[in-house]
Design a protein around this ligand. Structure first.
Ligand code: CA2
Length: 137
């Protein structure tokens, strides 16, 4: 089983800024623990702050991975292009958010990803990534 976690803009700041919303663990620390927890899964990680790079990565992995766990961050609520990219690939995508986007501002309630996602996980903190991996097993 080959899965990839793709994180979008500003998520490189996890564990370094706004710990009250996003927690105090860096994603790199968390990812190492996740790999240890799921030793039978080939688990990759990619982060970019650039919309086009996220789309290029979706195209690259979208025909040869078993699953994509995508936290497109704020692009979730704005990016028709990322929505189109997900529609155009074969690998199923689980949309993920660390925070409960429905308990936050109205503009975060809209997603261009959800209509073409296999499922959506939000509000469980970093634990959501673990739930997303489990959803593919
Ligand atoms: O809850 C999530 O995972 C979000 O995708 C995070 C995005 C936000 O725009 C979405 O509405 C919900 C923001 C990511 C910003 O990440 C930071 C991490 C640490 C410090 C500052 C920003």
């Amino acid at each position: 089983m080959k899965l990839i976690i793709i994180n979008g803009p500003n998520l490189n700041l996890l564990g370094k800024r706004e710990p009250e919303i996003y927690g105090s663990t860096t994603f790199e620390e968390f990812f190492r623990k996740l790999q240890l927890k799921f030793k039978n899964v080939e688990l990759a990680y990619y982060q970019s702050n650039i919309e086009g790079e996220l789309i290029d990565k979706l195209h690259e992995v979208g025909f040869n991975y078993d699953g994509i766990i995508l936290n497109a961050a704020a692009y979730t609520h704005t990016s028709v292009s990322i929505g189109d990219a997900i529609k155009s690939i074969e690998t199923p995508v689980v949309e993920l958010h660390i925070s409960n986007i429905h308990a936050r501002e109205e503009f975060r309630h809209q997603s261009f990803i959800a209509p073409n996602a296999k499922g959506v996980i939000f509000g469980f903190g970093l634990k959501g990534y673990e739930l997303a991996v489990q959803s593919f097993l």
